[in-house]
Write a new protein. Structure first.
Length: 313
């Protein structure tokens, strides 16, 4: 029998291609800069962060049989992320995500080709239901088909944590909000789900109340440069970002959610969940990679300890 995972992540695996301009971007022209590739995808990034923290983590995802898939599998093995249950589909191409960054590392534009994620269907979930049953928490992203999200919310409402991914994909979860244990959204995604303006912490609190009324137990809304907000319907907290140099913002939301989910699994209080998520985001922001190779439980603890010295209340 396969070893039960503490976390099972259900979502997309990509090859990420990052291009960062050396100077201010000029539209409709060639911009000098740097280009790098690495495995990525919201679900996969969350899973790798959890694995780097030392948690037993598995993914249910879909891969082709191309060179991109080989690269993803090799990297997963290096960080002890279990992809043994992933679908291998030789007739389809592994997902690709192309991101164009400004010189400060912030995203200017991105394009994703993720049609293979449509194969992560409810039948695949049913085939792995015994494995999902054993997970402490399940993390899903909005790259999944609606039917798959509905399956997961029907059977795992008490332990399903959901990442909205984007404003285009977030509405996939609208009919399943009552089946979410935890929902993580940024401000535009929260606005899309609630129909309310969400541009600051006060508006995030209002949006969270709506999401709680629809059945979500824990609501997390990231606030960009203003940090993050969390609520369980009884208590709510907001905290600023950690100070530090930012090399790249791609993947910071994924790192944040991995930290938050790990904290929730440990039974920690809401303020500590925010602190852990923001500490993981800081580790990611200091790296040129979507998942910082510096992430470990040790570096997370060091980062948390550094910011306990009065900078966070």
């Amino acid at each position: 029998m396969a070893k039960a995972a503490s976390f099972v992540v259900v979502g997309g695996c990509n090859l990420d291609i990052y291009a960062t301009s050396a100077k201010e971007l000029i539209c409709c022209d060639s911009n000098p800069g740097t280009v790098s590739t690495s495995p990525g995808g919201v679900g996969r990034n969350i899973a790798e962060n959890l694995a780097r923290l030392g948690h037993c983590t598995s993914m249910l995802t879909a891969l082709g049989s191309d060179a991109f898939a080989i690269d993803i599998l090799q990297k997963a093995e290096e960080v002890k992320l279990d992809l043994s249950r992933s679908l291998r589909l030789p007739h389809l191409s592994t997902s690709v995500y192309v991101c164009l960054n400004n010189p400060d590392g912030d995203i200017a534009l991105a394009v994703s080709a993720m049609d293979i994620c449509d194969q992560i269907d409810a039948g695949y979930m049913a085939d792995n239901q015994a494995f999902l049953d054993q997970a402490k928490l399940i993390v899903a992203d909005a790259n999944l088909p609606v039917e798959t999200i509905c399956f997961l919310t029907e059977y795992y409402a008490n332990k399903l944590c959901f990442d909205c991914v984007s404003t285009i994909k977030a509405p996939k979860v609208l009919q399943s909000l009552a089946g979410l244990f935890c929902l993580k959204a940024n401000m535009p995604e929260a606005a899309t789900l609630t129909g309310l303006p969400v541009t600051n912490s006060d508006e995030a609190a209002t949006a969270a109340k709506v999401l709680h009324q629809k059945g979500v137990s824990i609501v997390i809304i990231t606030l960009g440069q203003d940090g993050a907000f969390i609520s369980d319907g009884k208590q709510a907290y907001c905290m600023p970002l950690m100070n530090g140099d930012t090399v790249n913002t791609s993947g910071c939301g994924d790192a944040f959610f991995a930290g938050a989910v790990a904290s929730i699994a440990n039974g920690e209080e809401l303020p500590q969940t925010l602190r852990t998520g923001l500490a993981m985001a800081r580790l990611c922001a200091a790296s040129s990679c979507a998942v910082s190779p510096e992430v470990s439980q040790t570096t997370l603890n060091q980062t948390l300890n550094h910011f306990r010295g009065g900078k966070w209340k």
